[in-house]
Ligand binder design. Sequence first.
Ligand code: LMR
Length: 395
Amino acid sequence: MFSNLIPAAKDPILSQSLACQQDARANKLDLGVGVYRNEQGVTPVLQSVKRAEERLLNTQESKGYVGLAGCERFNSAMIELLLGENSSRSRAIAVQTPGASGALRLLADVIAMANPSAKIWMSDLSYANHAPIMKTAGLEVAYYPYFDPQTKMVNETGMLATLSTLGKNDVVLLHGCCHNPTGADLSYRAWQSITEMANAQGFLPFIDMAYQGFGDGMEEDAAGFRYLAERVPSYLVASSCSKNFGLYRERTGLAVIASDTLQQSECIKSRIMECARSSYTMPPDHGASIVRIILEDQALKEFWLTEVTQMRQRIQGVRSSLVDAMQIQTGTHQFDFIAQHKGMFSIIGASADQVMRLREQFGVYLVDGGRINLAGLKESDVPFLASALSEVMAS
Ligand code: LMR
């Protein structure tokens, strides 16, 4: 049966962490997979999560099945977090999913079911798992210009020029905030232009919102998306609780569908639940219960928001420390862009060779393509990283 099978290629992100774990050097740095670590180098369980778990332990009376769409109270609370008072809430409904990857896959499945010839456009560069998920769902993948390697910012002119050629058969995958892997986010003006184009040309916006709260704030990070959501007839969102609730292993995510009418959204939801049934049936409950408890309790929600603010501020602090250290090391402002990037990641412009040298010579693990996870870096490791980067990237 399996004799023709060859082993899978290594995952470009997860394999870096494994390689780092096996590295015996004491001063190695795992800046690969996107997980937040505190100044002690630990990915903490948030205190708000601990409190919610305690409440859950004391009150949960059943481990019976919840349902194909997961917990509807979680779904509503998450829609509110994403959309605020946005008018599209009246036609937006959701399905709880195993992480945002689960949401991306289910939404891709339902696009392929509705229109097998749909083409999905993603940013060049994009999250390493976007293309595999879309292709496995049977969708054709294409790329719009996004990251400008010279400025390290978004090439909005190039992006909008490509989007201006798209039409009804196209789906445009956008990062809601904290672009992965580049850290370069769209301006509000670009969100407005994309909205106008979606309306005039009929393409479907599909938003991956994996880092809400890690850029400028919970509301601020959703502003561009909310502008679009209010104005386009249909959109999809895959949202994650991995980062902002620190629930990585609990696989807690959400697929949101907003179509012209609530009835149409309900129809799409039923097809998503059908896809879920034929793969994993129901999403895991624990993470979603924690999120529901936090979001339904105003005081606990406020406390959680302060924890997200602390994580965000630590990342911003690390960004500016690295910029300062690189200015000292290189005597230039070449790396100042790191402070302008948002969220966990930046693409620093290292070649494949330089990424390899960082790994072999210094035990510094980045994702191929030069993505660095600033959220995994301690202030105390900044000088070491800066000297490794300047040595490798100067030559
Ligand atoms: C990442 O990009 O590192 C994270 O989103 C983790 C993942 O699943 O790849």
